[in-house]
Design a protein around this ligand. Structure first.
Ligand code: DC
Length: 226
């Protein structure tokens, strides 16, 4: 297998995480969920009770806490100081507070460094997030940008929440997705946007399998899969 870096960026609930995970498995590559990294720092910061808007304090989190991101059964496991935080980082209050961590330039720098370190330790990776094709891996072999209409993303997120026993209405879900889009697109560092050379995939009308097939066609064309 050739070495490669494939990036998948896109807004919340666009399906990029599921697609990245399936693709990585099919290609025998490692999967990196960079949102989990932002979430882990957010959770650790919340636990320590610091002011989330204070970047200096946020940076101290890296000195104080040890983060470990590993892939088990093709999903991202997060440990903070040896304790499993995989479930906690998906909490809704963590989701809402991640914007503070995502807009802190020096924190982003640290996380981008960790992402590059991960890439250097793995031969082939599929990495997903918001800035993977633009900032973390501008020389990636293939860059995708996945999007979908907010209404469809809200419907998908609602189904996920329901499966976890959380009941929200579609308006609430769509509102929080649109809020996240706005803060992701408007931040000064690593904003959500497609790289100039990204392949844009609109998944509004597609199911996961169709998206995976579409991406695999491009990957084959580039000679990274049979
Ligand atoms: O993809 P996600 O919902 O798990 O991401 C959680 C948060 O982290 C989201 O608010 C955006 C931010 N994020 C980011 O700024 N850059 C990335 N590469 C990945 C996520």
């Amino acid at each position: 297998m050739k070495n490669f870096i494939i990036t998948i960026d896109g807004p919340a609930a666009s399906g990029k995480s599921t697609v990245a995970r399936i693709l990585a498995k099919k290609l025998g590559a490692s999967f990196l969920d960079t949102g989990a990294m932002y979430r882990a720092v957010t959770f650790a910061a919340m636990e320590s009770g610091i002011d989330l808007a204070n970047e200096e304090k946020l940076l101290e989190i890296f000195e104080r806490n040890n983060f470990s991101f590993t892939v088990q059964n093709n999903s991202m496991m997060v440990q903070i100081d040896g304790n499993d935080a995989t479930e906690f980082i998906r909490r809704q209050d963590v989701t809402a507070n991640a914007k503070y961590i995502a807009s802190a330039p020096l924190v982003r720098e640290k996380l981008v460094q960790m992402q590059r370190q991960f890439a250097s330790e793995n031969k082939a990776i599929v990495t997903e997030g918001r800035d993977q094709g633009t900032v973390a891996f501008p020389n990636a072999d293939i860059k995708f940008f996945m999007s979908a209409q907010p209404g469809e993303r809200a419907r998908r997120r609602l189904a996920e929440l329901k499966a976890k026993g959380i009941n929200e209405n579609i308006e609430q879900t769509q509102e929080s997705i649109e809020k996240r889009d706005k803060s992701d697109m408007e931040r000064n560092v690593g904003p959500l946007k497609p790289a100039d050379d990204a392949i844009i995939i609109d998944t509004t009308e597609l199911d996961i399998e169709q998206v995976v097939d579409k991406l695999l066609c491009f990957i084959r064309e580039k000679g990274f899969s049979e």
